[in-house]
Design a protein around this ligand. Structure first.
Ligand SMILES: [Zn+2]
Length: 387
């Protein structure tokens, strides 16, 4: 569980811009090889469903905010987080990439296509503080089969000190509660979450996911001194939680010299301060995935569209806006008449176009709202189409 600390509100700035665009060749449903979606399963793929419980326009978070949380999970569990390099060298030696890949479900429990996001309107105040959130008949929404899906409920937790919670393996009571509960304020790093510094980078959910896989806090139980620990040899003994962002080294009564590992995702520091899991934490997660949560690995009928290799530098092309409604502008300084293809989450080609100008206008009017993948010049970018 994570508690909230000081919260500073930031104000969002919006901007407008004008664009000159050119028309181009465009078509629909052209048969094309889908081999580009063939992927290795080096990483353990885990299927996630996000249940948004909303009462107001503020807690009805955007798809973009949700996708940003999936991105954070995949970065932090694979040592791809931007701030990893800031880890002190002595702790970098024991840091590990957990090597799991989180994917939004694209098939629901009945096998129907889905975006992996459910949205439920509720009239219950602070529903996340009640037992209703995981029960449809009480005004929340039932979990999707917790043996196959990681259920994440995103709800209003009011002004309580709780920002999220995650159930340990085999400990959900009742079993339908198995999964993670998150405050909408601290979910992801875009949208509303941007206003909730210092927990505005999506790491509360990374921490709760750690609990879900069986990781205790680095400090054990609060107030239990130095003999009570997380049981891992590669995290130093630690008395109580660390807060804010201490300077390294941060010694306590249990550990001197290099001090405690306050940058571990299972401590209580600010999002920007957290950088790592350790090798023994990784082992515990994979023990859980080979033990009480092994059935999560069997949900293989869900296609997980991910990039299998480090993507080439893609700054030479881009499109905007994203999320988009009726059209996008594909921008490419070195256009050479190459084809841009848009795929849905099933891997089906749904639209193609050839870039014949530096800026090409592409109509999306034939596509429904949802998540898509734009393929151009050997790289993918995610596209969100909204109503
Ligand atoms: Zn916790």
């Amino acid at each position: 569980m994570r508690l909230c600390h000081s919260i500073i509100l930031f104000f969002l700035v919006t901007s407008t811009f004008g664009q000159h665009v050119q028309c181009l060749q465009q078509g629909m449903y052209e048969p094309e090889s889908q081999e580009i979606f063939i992927q290795t399963r080096e990483k353990t793929h885990l299927t996630v469903v996000i249940h948004v419980l909303h009462r107001t326009s503020i807690d009805s978070i955007s798809d973009e905010q949700i996708l940003s949380q999936i991105d954070v999970l995949n970065e932090d569990f694979n040592q791809l987080n931007d701030n990893f390099d800031g880890t002190p060298a002595v702790f970098k030696e024991v840091a590990a990439s957990v090597d799991v890949q989180f994917c939004l479900a694209d098939k629901d429990p009945d096998g129907n296509p889905t975006t992996g996001i459910t949205r439920t309107k509720t009239n219950i105040d602070d529903i996340g503080l009640t037992e209703a959130y995981y029960q449809t008949n009480l005004g929340g929404i039932d979990a999707w089969d917790p043996s196959r899906y990681i259920n994440i409920w995103v709800a209003d937790l009011g002004n309580s000190s709780i920002s999220g919670s995650g159930t340990f393996p085999d400990q959900a009571d009742p079993p339908g509660k198995d999964g993670i509960l998150m405050s909408f304020k601290f979910f992801g790093r875009e949208g509303v979450a941007e206003e909730f510094y210092p927990h505005d980078l999506g790491r509360i959910c990374v921490h709760e996911m750690g609990h879900y896989f069986g990781l205790p806090h680095t400090f054990g139980t609060i107030g239990n001194g130095c003999n009570d620990d997380d049981g891992f040899n590669d995290t130093p003994l630690q008395d109580d939680p660390s807060f804010a962002c201490p300077d390294f080294p941060a010694a306590d009564i249990c550990t001197q010299n290099n001090g405690v590992m306050f940058m571990n995702f299972m401590d209580y520091t600010d999002d920007a301060c957290m950088t790592m899991f350790t090798a023994e934490q990784k082992n515990r997660i994979h023990q859980t995935l080979n033990g009480p949560r092994s059935s999560l690995k069997d949900n293989l009928d869900n296609i997980c569209i991910v990039q299998t290799e480090t993507p080439p530098e893609t700054k030479d092309w881009n499109f905007f806006p994203n999320p988009a409604k009726d059209e996008i502008i594909l921008e490419d300084e070195q256009y050479t008449g190459e084809k841009m293809s848009i795929y849905d989450t099933q891997g089906q080609l749904v639209l193609w176009a050839k870039a014949l100008q530096r800026k090409s206008q592409i109509s999306l009017s034939a596509l429904q709202a949802g998540i898509y993948y734009v393929h151009y010049k050997n790289s993918f970018k995610k596209l969100l189409i909204v109503e």
